[in-house]
Design a protein around this ligand. Structure first.
Ligand SMILES: Cc1ncc(COP(=O)(O)O)c(C=O)c1O
Ligand SMILES: N[C@@H](CCCC[NH3+])C(=O)O
Length: 423
């Protein structure tokens, strides 16, 4: 029985590809993240297939999951990287993604980060403000470099997604309002050390309705036509990321072919290189979080399934009220119970779901939280001095630990007590 591509029940045990999750749990201990190498490859390839009629470069959004093994998987497929910090540039380079395929987004690029990116020779800066543009120009001029830039346009489009991950409305901090972007392009063209090569847009994340993309890309096409009339040579269009995934059971995912045809119909006639920055839609459904039941606690009104993964491991439910499917690793239990699934952290918000009907569970049973490959491990913390959930990658019948669990000693050793405090 297939749960997601490359995640299925074989002999009543949930498997990622051909490895049973309980086999991994015996060796690694819960909680842990587990990713399917083949699922990542399949979603990347779905993009290249859908976009095969356009000149495209996929720059995987590193923020979604920046583990070196994930980046290496994508580097091997030819992917570039969309990065938002000097740290992410270093991660991408270290996994073998060449600087010539790196685009640098983000509203707060610092002097050091810009200098490093210039030094490495990245493909382009996606500029988000005038002061940033000036700083890039100054740093490029000082080092005799030419910085290729796109300006991120804020098209003031409603992305119809969660308010906390909407980025293309005028009240959001991202990009330059489309209403004054034309002047900013003129300003950019007047600056030394700057090569204006493109236009960039990213309106939000987890978009399941494609209409907002159509709206944004149509605005972008008109805007590019105006830039061309103004004498700018626009050869690159960065359409950002944002394509959503199915989190619910049997939820239909937005179709990549339909997305590609929208891009083609809105922007194809401009004959530019199309950059895209997908994150979640590459890794989101390729990963799960596996956890054990610690206790089943009966309250007056509710029954709590207390598990050993917490909001420090996966913050999406507490932060965005995000829905994640929860399934047992062993699916033989037929009886159902209603639970609030909660973690060990001392916060009421450490709740994965409320009133969810799940197979009746007991201490030590393994459960899986699905769709955790994106914005899972990368957003985790050590809150409550909890050790990180290790990350595992499965490839067919083999699996490898791609990030180990730190020990308590290693965790505590990251801090120092000043001499003047020691007695
Ligand atoms: C500039 C930029 N590009 C790409 C992404 C990746 O988005 P997603 O993971 O929704 O594809 C984000 C995150 O929303 C982003 O801010
Ligand atoms: N962290 C968000 C996505 C943010 C996208 C980054 N621009 C999530 O978990 O859904």
């Amino acid at each position: 029985m297939d749960v997601k591509p490359y995640i299925s029940y074989i002999n009543n045990k949930m498997h990622i590809e051909n490895v049973s999750l309980d086999t991994i749990a015996e060796q690694v201990e819960t909680p842990f993240y587990c990713y399917s190498h083949s699922a990542i490859k399949a979603s990347y390839t779905a993009y290249t297939t859908a976009f095969n009629q356009l000149d495209t470069m996929i720059c995987y959004a590193v923020k979604a999951n920046s583990n070196q093994a994930i980046l290496k998987t994508l580097a091997n497929l030819g992917s570039g990287a969309d990065v938002v910090s000097g740290g992410e540039i270093r991660r991408a380079l270290s996994a073998g993604i060449p600087a010539s395929k790196i685009v640098f987004s983000g509203v707060a690029k610092t002097k050091d980060e810009i200098a490093f990116a210039l030094d490495q020779g990245i493909f382009q800066f996606n500029v988000e403000s005038e002061p940033e543009l000036l700083l890039i120009s100054q740093l490029a001029t000082q080092t005799n470099k030419l910085a290729a830039i796109s300006i991120r346009i804020n098209p003031n489009v409603c992305a119809k997604t969660h308010a906390k991950i909407t980025t293309g409305k005028s009240e959001n901090k991202f990009g330059i309002p489309i209403t004054n972007a034309r002047q900013v392009y003129q300003y950019a063209a007047s600056l030394p050390g700057i090569k204006v090569q493109g236009v960039d847009v990213h309106i939000g994340s987890q978009l399941t309705d494609l209409q907002p993309f159509r709206e944004a890309f149509a605005k972008l096409a008109d805007f590019i036509a105006m830039l061309t009339m103004d004498g700018h040579d626009i050869s690159v269009i960065d359409i950002g990321g944002g394509l959503g995934i199915g989190y619910g059971e049997n939820e239909i995912e937005p179709d990549k072919n339909e997305y590609a045809s929208i891009v083609k119909s809105c922007l194809g006639h401009l004959n530019c290189k199309i950059i895209m920055e997908p994150g979640r839609s590459i890794v989101g459904n390729a990963g799960v979080l596996v956890s054990s039941v610690v206790y089943v606690k009966k309250g007056d009104e509710r029954q709590f399934l207390i598990i050993d993964a917490g909001m420090n491991d996966l913050i999406r439910p507490s932060m965005y009220d995000a829905y994640h499917q929860i399934l047992p690793v062993d699916n033989t239990e037929q009886e159902m119970s209603v639970y609030d699934v909660v973690g060990p952290v001392c916060e009421t918000g450490d709740t994965f779901t409320k009133n969810r009907e799940l197979p009746t569970a007991k201490t030590d049973d393994l459960i899986t939280i699905l769709s955790c490959g994106a914005y899972g491990s990368v957003m985790s913390s050590h809150y409550n001095t909890r050790l990180n959930a290790p990350e595992i990658m499965v490839n067919d019948a083999q699996f490898s630990v791609i990030k180990p669990r730190l020990s308590y000693e290693e965790l505590i050793a990251q801090e120092t007590i000043p001499d003047w405090l020691s007695q």
